[in-house]
Design a protein around this ligand. Sequence first.
Ligand code: HEM
Ligand code: HEM
Ligand code: HEM
Ligand SMILES: *[C@@H]1O[C@H](CO)[C@@H](O)[C@H](O)[C@H]1NC(C)=O
Ligand SMILES: *[C@@H]1O[C@H](CO)[C@@H](O)[C@H](O)[C@H]1NC(C)=O
Ligand SMILES: *[C@@H]1O[C@H](CO)[C@@H](O)[C@H](O)[C@H]1NC(C)=O
Ligand SMILES: *[C@@H]1O[C@H](CO)[C@@H](O)[C@H](O)[C@H]1NC(C)=O
Ligand SMILES: *[C@@H]1O[C@H](CO)[C@@H](O)[C@H](O)[C@H]1NC(C)=O
Length: 415
Amino acid sequence: MQSFALQTIFILALFSLSIAASGLKSLNPCSDDFLQMEAYKEMTRKVNTTKCRVLSTLGAQFAWNYLKTSQNQTQITVLIGTKLIPADIGWLAWGVNPDQPRMVGTRAIIAIKLPNLTMVNTYNITKDVKLGCKLQPSPALDFRVQNMAAGSHAGFFAVFATLILPDQQYNISSLNHVWQIGRSADGSEPNMHWTSLGNFDSKEVLDLRTGSCRNIGHHRQHLRKVHGILNIIGWGTLLPIGVIVARYFKQFPFKLDPCWFYFHYSCQVLGYTLGSIGWGIGLLLGHESKYYTFHRHRLIGICVFGFTTLQMLAFRFKPAREDEYRKHWNVYHHFLGYALLVMIPVNIYKGIKILKPDNRTWKWAYNGILVLLAMVVLALEIYTWAKFLCAKYYKKSNQGSNSRPGNGSRSEKGK
Ligand code: HEM
Ligand code: HEM
Ligand code: HEM
Ligand SMILES: *[C@@H]1O[C@H](CO)[C@@H](O)[C@H](O)[C@H]1NC(C)=O
Ligand SMILES: *[C@@H]1O[C@H](CO)[C@@H](O)[C@H](O)[C@H]1NC(C)=O
Ligand SMILES: *[C@@H]1O[C@H](CO)[C@@H](O)[C@H](O)[C@H]1NC(C)=O
Ligand SMILES: *[C@@H]1O[C@H](CO)[C@@H](O)[C@H](O)[C@H]1NC(C)=O
Ligand SMILES: *[C@@H]1O[C@H](CO)[C@@H](O)[C@H](O)[C@H]1NC(C)=O
């Protein structure tokens, strides 16, 4: 119990640290390396109001300026750069979307880097691309693009372009812009990007005049952390502790009756409550992010909730100890209980993977919890077998004489 309290404090400390860190991130100005780029210097030379900031995901940095060139159009010049991993191949995309800050509908400029050559083209991303069609260049967009260029400098792979945007569709004080990176391409056709959160959050509504932006926002990021913590504590820690208590403290090797039952019961009720709140927050987050879904994480998550709900029904529908159905109930309760102990860690690791690449702390915090639980189980299991074998040996060597009363054995556990 004490180690659990420590873990909780540890996680909460990590939590507040990472909130503090994420609060600082969105204010970052561009790095010196980036500002040294020739293209950036050229931009500032031409327009002295050029702005630059670090974007919220994918390690991208973004510089821009704009000029009103006629009554109904604005010329904007952009430079976006990031570090591709691996550095010699991949693609970098930047685009504007006239409808919503999202992938489908984006008119993008994509620079593709192959071992031999680098090319830049314009693309119109339609919903067919999301459904699996190849993304092919569309030479004509609904606005003019000039001076497209791409190149590497100081580890950055960067794209530069000038766009002449019609004012009716593109409002420069709330411009929907989207960026993305990918690992591979077939000629001029980029292949699908990763499906981590960073690749899905790579969009915002930017005010080109002030540099202020609206992206997924702190309240969402906050809720994601709460979701992770509640699920790790509720499903990932309390539920297994409750099972350990039922397994080792009911009959054998320790008989703490009816204490084990109150502990099992309250541990599972508390774990179920915290976990369900976390699960509900997960559904809410999934609902809010309407342009993408984490299908497997969602499916396993719903199964976990469903099965634990069935387990909780034990408290209403558990047959009495003498009832003949009690045997079947035990089998079912054990089976579902152990199935859950497999599904839960799988889903927690899936959830942590979604956060890639900013998921190191999560991974190690949860690894720590699992190792602690495993050590406790191992110690109790060894003790159980030692006690069991000793009792058997004792019985054998005293054959004929009465064995001690109250000596449990594994077969009494009702498995
Ligand atoms: C190269 C071909 C591409 C393919 C096959 C592709 C495929 C996909 C798919 C299937 C999703 C949704 C995943 C889900 O629903 O669970 C998605 C999401 C997303 N993609 Fe792409 N994508 C491609 C290129 C791009 C490009 C070039 C950009 C940026 C300019 C981009 C930006 C996004 C964003 C921001 C999301 C998050 C959902 C949204 O806001 O619409 N993708 N992509
Ligand atoms: C057994 C434990 C867990 C359950 C039952 C669970 C359940 C869910 C569910 C049902 C969703 C909605 C999926 C969708 O509609 O797209 C979700 C989303 C999500 N979960 Fe979990 N989850 C668990 C653990 C975790 C953990 C440990 C983390 C991370 C540390 C995590 C991170 C996320 C993220 C980032 C999302 C997506 C949020 C968004 O769309 O903005 N989950 N989870
Ligand atoms: C999500 C919730 C629950 C899970 C995952 C769970 C899991 C388990 C597991 C795995 C065992 C078997 C331990 C062993 O190896 O001996 C067990 C035993 C037991 N649980 Fe639960 N349980 C949950 C909720 C409850 C609730 C709410 C009750 C109370 C009414 C309850 C009553 C029992 C009883 C009476 C046993 C002993 C069965 C026997 O061997 O006679 N459980 N539980
Ligand atoms: C930009 O240049 C204009 C004149 O060309 C000048 O009036 C203005 O003060 C300059 N702005 C900055 C921020 O240097
Ligand atoms: C790279 O260039 C070499 C010769 O210059 C050519 O044989 C090879 O096919 C090229 N590879 C790609 C991927 O274009
Ligand atoms: C780009 O695709 C959209 C549909 O997403 C379509 O309405 C538009 O006309 C296309 N633009 C060009 C230049 O093909
Ligand atoms: C801008 O307005 C002029 C006439 O006022 C029109 O001829 C031209 O097509 C318009 N351009 C755009 C991009 O809407
Ligand atoms: C552009 O966006 C700003 C802020 O969202 C809004 O106040 C303004 O009315 C919009 N202009 C047009 C022409 O839609």
